[in-house]
Design a protein around this ligand. Sequence first.
Ligand code: DQA
Length: 142
Amino acid sequence: MDKVLVLNGPNLGRLGSREPEVYGSANFAELTATVIAAAKSENLSADVRQTNDEAELVAWLHEAVDSKANVILNPAAFTHYSYALRDAATLVTNAGLKLIEVHISNPHSREEFRHNSVISAIATGVIAGFGVDSYVLALKAL
Ligand code: DQA
């Protein structure tokens, strides 16, 4: 079974209690269980992780390159300004691996600062606005 790294950035560990009108009621453990089950039905093995630490996220993208794993990435707020994350994500796609950017909400329908993603231009594809199903759709795309 091919492994996919499902990487989540800052504050996503607070799903469930964080702005449920924007992000829904599922908490991170429930998101993880949904993603692992959806991956299994696509014959994939999902390794779901979350960190508030930019350096850790960069290290996980390096790990994806070294272990030749495709990536589903919700960069959270780093989406909008982290060139370090973009450079690390570029390493993934330049290695011939897929990197799908996902968002639970639709950032384009929200505050202006969320309209720009520094990741999208180097991502294989982008899926946003479908709640936890954004991850399920990304798994299907892989
Ligand atoms: C998010 C959207 C970002 O703008 C925000 O900073 C997040 C979550 C989403 O999944 O909708 O933390 O990436």
